[in-house]
Design a protein around this ligand. Structure first.
Ligand SMILES: Nc1ncnc2c1ncn2[C@@H]1O[C@H](COP(=O)(O)OP(=O)(O)OP(=O)(O)O)[C@@H](O)[C@H]1O
Ligand SMILES: [Mg+2]
Length: 402
């Protein structure tokens, strides 16, 4: 997709027609910057004749540093030496005259081809063909409420995004009581509920239009505002949304409600990793043990689980070794307890961004880099859909008998 910016509707339409369906028109440089923040695989942008020259050149200069594989193509009414000199200095890929529409589409083709080769050779986003088509999906879950799922999910997403180094989408699947929007102080125009009427025609562009950006590299798909909306969102739609997001982002992080509902199971089915949270108290650990047994029952591969202990330094007389013995599984990460965590949530800024050196931030960043970014193999063996359905039936039967 090539983004075109021109303030004049007729000119924008002419450029769009010349470049065909694989292009879209945006109304301003600001809209383009927002678009680029979410579409990190964009190869070329076209800035039309009505875009003021200094804004166009400053965009090109900044992209040269932050996104060297993106080609900026400038369209001018007249191409003269001063324009060409300035364009050259600012790293503009090509300058094309407005009436030379054939020249423009040839320039875009060259730009996209070169950008693609450049991206492959310098390893921008280190994308191979496999990872190009699929980012990694990480679900954060605990069957007991209040263990710190939203805290871990928001901070893990921000840590992975790392100020724009990676592109991350945080999805709030706590559809009835989700508080990602509050924890990040977002004012969403859309929520996942807006995907319901689009179900049949849902594509990546539609899903992207529902996202609420937070900071460089981090965007969100928030939960419905009205709690009663959750039932109207089919689990199949959640699967489709997650699948589309994985094609677009390096990481999709899913926050969940404290229950094995169909939406959570849909996320588990696609997860490359499930971060299972508990705190150091008997009810939380009992719930974690039951969760592990349930996952075993559902045949979810054990190598996709990671156990995370939140508020791990609480002095409650439970030793880590005893916990691991009881759970029969190792604890991968421990996050300390600190009153700065609720304070950061009240400020609406994840602690990893607010205070990167804080022990809580360090623990989450270590988990993000060592166990999530480096340690997740893409779930190649997707769970076959028939098996998934069987498993859910099994879970429901088990729930009825217990
Ligand atoms: N490491 C920590 N230190 C101190 N407080 C914490 C820590 N982690 C989470 N909290 C606090 O615990 C409370 C619950 O955390 P959070 O909302 O992340 O849990 P949750 O599992 O998402 O809850 P729910 O099940 O209701 O969605 C919040 O007030 C949060 O600030
Ligand atoms: Mg929560």
């Amino acid at each position: 997709m090539t983004a075109i910016v021109d303030l004049d509707a007729a000119t924008a339409q002419a450029l769009h027609t010349a470049l065909g369906t694989d292009s879209l028109v945006l109304p301003s440089i600001d809209a383009l910057r927002r678009h680029l923040e979410m579409h990190f695989r964009e190869d070329a942008v076209v800035l039309g004749p009505s875009v003021d020259l200094s804004s166009a050149l400053s965009l090109s200069e900044s992209m040269r540093v932050t996104r060297p594989s993106l080609a900026v193509i400038l369209v001018r009414r007249r191409v003269d030496t001063p324009v060409l000199t300035d364009a050259l200095r600012s790293g503009v890929f090509e300058v094309v005259e407005e009436r030379d529409l054939a020249g423009l589409s040839a320039a875009v083709r060259r730009a996209r081809d070169l950008s693609r080769r450049l991206r492959e050779s310098v390893g921008e986003h280190t994308l191979t063909d496999e990872s190009l088509s699929r980012g990694k999906l990480i679900t954060v879950f605990s069957a007991k409420g209040g263990c710190g799922k939203t805290t871990l999910a928001t901070n893990l997403a921000a840590a992975l995004a790392d100020h724009g180094r990676r592109q991350v989408c945080l999805v709030d699947l706590d559809l009835a009581f989700g508080d990602v929007a509050i924890a990040l102080q977002l004012f969403p125009a859309h929520t996942i509920a807006d995907a319901v009427p689009l179900a049949e025609s849902l594509d990546i562009e539609a899903v992207l239009s529902l996202l609420t950006p937070h900071s460089a590299g981090l965007t969100t798909l928030v939960a419905p505002i009205e709690p009663g909306t959750a039932e109207s969102i089919p689990a199949t739609l959640v699967s489709k949304v997650l699948d589309l997001l994985r094609q677009q982002f390096d990481f999709v992080i899913v926050d969940t409600p404290p229950a094995f509902d169909d939406h959570v199971l849909a996320a588990f089915d696609q997860s490359d990793m499930v971060a299972l949270l508990a705190t150091l108290d008997i009810p939380a650990l009992k719930n974690l043990k039951l969760t592990l047994e349930t996952l075993d029952l559902l045949n979810y591969p054990r190598d996709r689980w990671r156990l995370v202990l939140n508020r791990a330094d609480s002095k409650v007389g439970l030793a880590l070794s005893e916990v691991e013995k009881t759970l029969k599984a190792p604890i991968t990460a421990q996050i300390p307890s600190s009153r700065d965590v609720p304070a950061s949530i009240n400020r609406g800024v994840p602690i990893v961004l607010d205070d990167p050196k804080h022990p809580v931030s360090q623990a989450i960043k270590l988990f993000a880099e060592r166990h999530v970014a480096a340690g997740t193999a893409t779930a190649e063996d997707e769970i076959p859909s028939q098996l998934r359905t069987d498993r859910r039936g099994l879970l429901r039967r088990r729930a009825k008998t217990t």
